[in-house]
Design a protein around this ligand. Structure first.
Ligand SMILES: [Zn+2]
Length: 337
């Protein structure tokens, strides 16, 4: 009888456990996304022939936010800016960058997407260069009388030619691995749930907290890479030139390693390339880019969901196995009697 009760209790326990795991699986993979339109205000970023990076970033970011609202209505979107200003109405670029990071960290979002345009070459569109195509001879004389000498000088004849700025394609950045230590500082450990005692204050330099931070930082790095890769894969499907997932360590990317969440910076195309700039400012081009990012978000959500399910399946299997081990060992005991 006692055995039967413990058996029933075991199954009851498993039932409760699997329902709670099921409930966890049902929670949305993403709840809050921050969309960060690069530059703005006094800081217009790279210049194209007809527009600026800040303007393209804003247009695409707004469309992305609208589209997320339609396709994933459960996801909340937050913007670092929705007008042509330096975010937070700050007076310079650096303050703007700091504001973006602080804004992200205070929002406890699940994903940070920064939109930028790339630029290369000496000038947007292209530039003129000169090359020597021939030489002219210029004759002059030096000296006087018998000492008079003929001097022939070669004068190059130049031809001017135009070099179109042809660099194009997309690339997505994640933060530089060696900057992880900085990211660790910014990583906030998730708040304890209401059932747990939240009155316990753990000092920031507590080794457990440090270890947790490192763990979360690694997790964010892997997730950032995964999302960045999904983004690039979608760009490839649209026939864009894939310049890959990259890491960069410069000031402009500071915002990435200062946010305590998976974060990417998408260079949606080269504003310095005449054709690509036309694509970037066109409705069709912007819609295609937004569509690509939406698909990447969809794939990323599935990836997160699968990770959760796999983890839970493993956990349930482990518990089930250990339970059956116990049942078996109990039976052996019975047999032993
Ligand atoms: Zn930029």
């Amino acid at each position: 009888m006692l055995k039967k009760t413990s058996f029933t209790l075991s199954f009851l326990f498993l039932f409760v456990l699997s329902s709670s795991l099921y409930a966890q699986n049902q929670s949305p993979a993403l709840k809050k996304i921050i969309i960060d339109a690069g530059h703005g205000g006094k800081d217009q970023g790279a210049e194209g022939l007809v527009t600026t990076e800040a303007q393209i970033c804003l247009a695409i970011s707004k469309k992305l936010g609208d589209q997320i609202g339609i396709v994933f209505p459960d996801i909340k979107t937050l913007f670092t800016r929705t007008t042509d200003i330096i975010p937070g109405n700050k007076s310079n670029k650096d303050e703007g960058l700091r504001y973006r990071a602080d804004f992200a960290n205070q929002s406890s979002a699940d994903l940070f997407i920064s939109i930028h345009c790339n630029s290369a070459g000496r000038a947007p569109g292209g530039w003129n260069e000169r090359r020597i195509v021939d030489y002219d001879e210029k004759v002059s004389y030096v000296g006087k009388g018998k000492k008079k000498k003929k001097v022939v000088r070669k004068i190059p004849i130049y031809e001017s030619f135009y070099i179109p700025n042809t660099t194009k394609g997309t690339e997505t950045y994640i933060w530089t691995a060696k900057e992880n230590s900085h990211k660790e500082q910014m990583v906030s450990i998730p708040e304890p749930s209401s059932e747990e005692d939240s009155s316990i204050v753990v000092p920031d330099d507590d080794p457990t907290i440090k270890a947790l931070r490192l763990l979360y930082t690694r997790k964010y790095f892997a997730k950032s890479y995964q999302f960045a890769d999904f983004v690039q894969q979608e760009f490839i499907k649209s026939g864009r030139i894939n310049r890959g997932v990259k890491q960069r360590n410069e000031k402009g990317i500071w915002v990435l390693h200062a946010t305590g969440m998976p974060s990417v910076l998408i260079e949606v195309g080269f504003i310095s390339n005449k054709e690509e700039e036309a694509y970037l400012i066109s409705n069709d081009g912007q819609n295609e880019i937004v569509g690509n990012i939406i698909e990447a978000i969809r794939n990323y959500m599935q990836f997160i969901q699968k990770q959760k399910t796999d983890k839970n399946t493993t956990a349930t299997t482990q518990i089930l196995n250990s339970k059956f081990d116990n049942i078996q060992s109990d039976d052996k005991k019975v047999n032993g009697y």
